[in-house]
Design a protein around this ligand. Structure first.
Ligand SMILES: Cc1cc2nc3c(=O)[nH]c(=O)nc-3n(C[C@H](O)[C@H](O)[C@H](O)COP(=O)(O)O)c2cc1C
Length: 355
């Protein structure tokens, strides 16, 4: 019976689709074609990342692969950098990640130009990791078997890092003479905050700045939901998992929502995310100007039950897309992180057409 109803519904949809197409209206197709193209585009996220397979031999690097290795190196080294400052970090954490980083460094080290900047940055993170591990081994009470294992690991890491001895221990920072306001270069993601609240009046100022961002057709379809309650913050961080281990400490977590009723067709769905992202960047820059520290927390939801629970708790209407979250607070100090790195302008700029 269910089968027959399903077949009937699909038949009616197909007939309706045909009629609409003949009339020049193609709502169903917009969905389908849009998704098909997205699938076609995003299948490139599944490219062969052989450098992450520790057992496969490293091949000669093509330019195509070099670009992806650089993305992966940025991502992996960033995770180690971040991990170094987590209050509850495991001693000797992220060993597999570091082995992958060493693979990527081997591949990218010979490349010239802007990539050297990223290579130097990543090497410096590993150097700092090695120093932190050495200190942990000196100062912490670690079971003897584990201690031997960690000491061996440290020795291997130090040996591997020797091949990069010629690289400087400071990485090129933001450019100094651009003629631009330094706000673009000063903002950094902050993940350690003072135990001090942020007044609602300050949050209102941030939202004021966010509202003056450009938005498609000036729709400004956002809602900025600020959360202080520890239990609810935890719920947010169960959804925005990238904030685990540190974002609880922020006095305020912002949930960035966008009202999809503002858009007219599925073909506009990306605009919702662009609009919200632009607003959030305005907000982050304004926060930086006021001396606040922010960090974006991505909501790449994998556990939809948790999202539903959060939506229920916060009574978020169904037509709001959950774009992301941001932890906000007064920074504890600004010297705790390896200075951030940026790819070289030459590697991201194209005039007229690709070579
Ligand atoms: C869309 C987006 C999602 C992000 N998600 C996270 C996250 O989940 N956790 C985190 O610690 N940082 C997150 N970040 C912050 C980035 O890691 C950070 O911007 C990047 O490493 C560059 O560092 P900077 O902001 O200090 O220049 C995110 C940033 C963006 C734009």
């Amino acid at each position: 019976m269910r089968h027959t109803v399903g077949a009937l519904v699909s038949f009616v949809r197909r007939v309706l689709g045909r009629i609409l197409r003949v009339l020049g209206l193609r709502p169903g197709d917009l969905w389908l074609e849009g998704y098909r193209r997205e699938r076609w585009l995003f299948q490139h996220t599944l490219c062969d990342r052989y450098w992450l397979n520790l057992n496969s031999p490293l091949r000669l690097l093509s330019e195509h692969d070099a670009e992806v290795v650089e993305f992966d190196l940025l991502r992996f080294a960033h995770a180690i950098d971040k991990g170094l400052y987590l209050p509850e970090r495991r001693v000797g954490f992220g060993r597999d990640k570091i082995r992958c980083i060493l693979n990527m460094l081997k591949l990218l080290a010979p490349s010239a130009g802007g990539r050297q900047r990223v290579v130097t940055w990543a090497v410096n993170i590993l150097r700092r990791y090695a120093r932190a591990l050495a200190k942990d081994l000196e100062t912490l009470d670690i079971a003897s078997e584990k201690r031997v294992e960690l000491a061996n690991w440290l020795e291997k890491l130090r040996d591997a890092l020797e091949q990069f001895d010629q690289l400087p221990d400071v990485c090129e920072g933001p450019p100094s003479k651009t003629g631009l306001s330094d706000i673009y270069f000063k903002r950094r993601s902050v993940r350690c905050w003072k135990d001090e609240d942020v007044d609602n009046s300050v949050l209102r100022t941030l939202v004021e700045a966010a509202l003056w961002a450009p938005s498609s057709c000036n729709r400004q379809p956002y809602k900025f939901l600020f959360i202080r309650d520890a239990k609810v913050k935890r719920m947010v961080l169960d959804v925005a998992t990238g904030g685990r281990g540190f974002a609880d400490m922020a006095p305020v977590v912002l949930l960035l929502l966008v009202d999809v009723r503002a858009y007219y067709s599925p073909s506009e769905r990306h605009l919702a995310y662009i609009d919200a992202a632009l607003a959030s960047q305005n907000l982050a820059l304004a926060a930086c100007e006021l001396g606040l520290g922010t960090v974006w927390l991505n909501c790449a939801v994998e556990d939809f039950a948790k999202e539903d629970e959060l939506r229920g708790e916060l009574r978020i209407p169904r037509w709001y897309a959950l774009v992301g979250a941001m932890a906000i607070g007064w920074p504890l100090d600004d010297t705790r992180y390896e200075p951030s790195v940026r790819r070289s302008v030459d590697d991201v700029i194209v005039f007229e057409r690709f070579a």
